[in-house]
Design a protein around this ligand. Structure first.
Ligand code: GDP
Ligand code: MG
Length: 251
């Protein structure tokens, strides 16, 4: 269990951590989804926790780069970029992130290097301090092709490592034809149909795993979205609403 820490006192917002590999569209989602929420009448704040980004494309209400950047840590400690990211996230785990009293949603942008979040304790310490929280785990549909299984497994690692409800989100649907998008939806709904007979061992294993993973990522909870056009944002908001309700704190 994660104990609450002093960072979160008074924060009754839904804290949404946007995670995913580099280029999956995290920063664009933070920018456009927060603007969408604001248009829907919510009080939204954005936080950039990526110390390596040159320009996230939006003006964050709190930006870690005002305290350090990957470059400044590289210089200060003589580290390479990967070591500097790990050091940055370890520092962040001990820092107080400003409390935005009165916000309904706080959307956090994160670095593309997933190691500190999925394979080290820093992410859990950064995220776990917030009471109402969830992760949006983004994948780039154009890069995933037929590897839905690998994507789910990463999202599952986030769920277990961070002890946080994790929504697997397939981004960049605008780059797919309607037929391709429907094909992905079909796989999400019925992963077993992926397999063709006779089954090889690998196919059989992936089919079984996908079947199990449906418990963690039920098809209704795997939205296909576009951070660019806003397609699927309504679905994301509904999911946030359901998570908030499940936290028992809806006012
Ligand atoms: N067409 C399209 N491009 C996107 C979408 N989301 C992100 N991108 C583009 O993908 C690239 C990487 O996006 P970015 O938000 O920087 O990814 P990050 O590294 O995960 O923060 C940028 O060129 C974005 O404009 C999307 O939904 N559709
Ligand atoms: Mg980014």
């Amino acid at each position: 269990m994660i104990e609450e820490n002093s960072i979160i006192k008074g924060n009754s917002a839904m804290n949404v951590f946007v995670l995913g590999p580099a280029g999956s569209g995290k920063s664009l989602l933070v920018k456009n989804f927060s603007a969408y929420l604001a248009r829907e009448g919510y009080v939204v704040r954005t936080v950039n926790l990526d110390p390596g980004v040159l320009d996230p494309g939006y003006k964050a209400d709190f930006d870690i780069r005002s305290i350090f950047t990957v470059e400044s840590i590289m210089r200060e400690m003589g580290l390479g970029p990967n070591g500097a990211i790990l050091e940055a996230m370890d520092r962040l785990a001990h820092m107080k992130i400003p409390d935005f009293g009165g916000a309904d949603h706080i959307i956090f942008d994160t670095p593309g290097q997933l190691e500190p979040f999925l394979f080290r304790d820093a992410g859990r310490r950064i995220i776990g301090g917030f009471r109402d929280r969830c992760c949006f785990f983004l994948g780039d549909l154009t890069a995933l092709k037929n590897n839905l299984l690998g994507f789910y497994l990463y999202a599952l690692t986030a769920y277990f490592t961070l002890e946080t409800e994790t929504i697997a989100i397939l981004n960049k649907v605008d780059l797919l034809t309607p037929e391709e998008a429907e094909g992905v939806r079909e796989i999400v709904r019925s992963p077993l149909r992926l397999t063709t007979k006779p089954l090889g061992l690998r196919d059989e294993m992936s089919a079984r795993l996908l079947k199990t993973l449906r418990h963690f990522f039920p098809p209704k909870r795997v939205p296909l979205v576009s951070a660019k056009t806003g397609e699927g944002f309504e679905e994301l908001l509904t999911i946030l609403y359901e998570i908030k309700c499940a936290c028992g704190d809806l006012t």
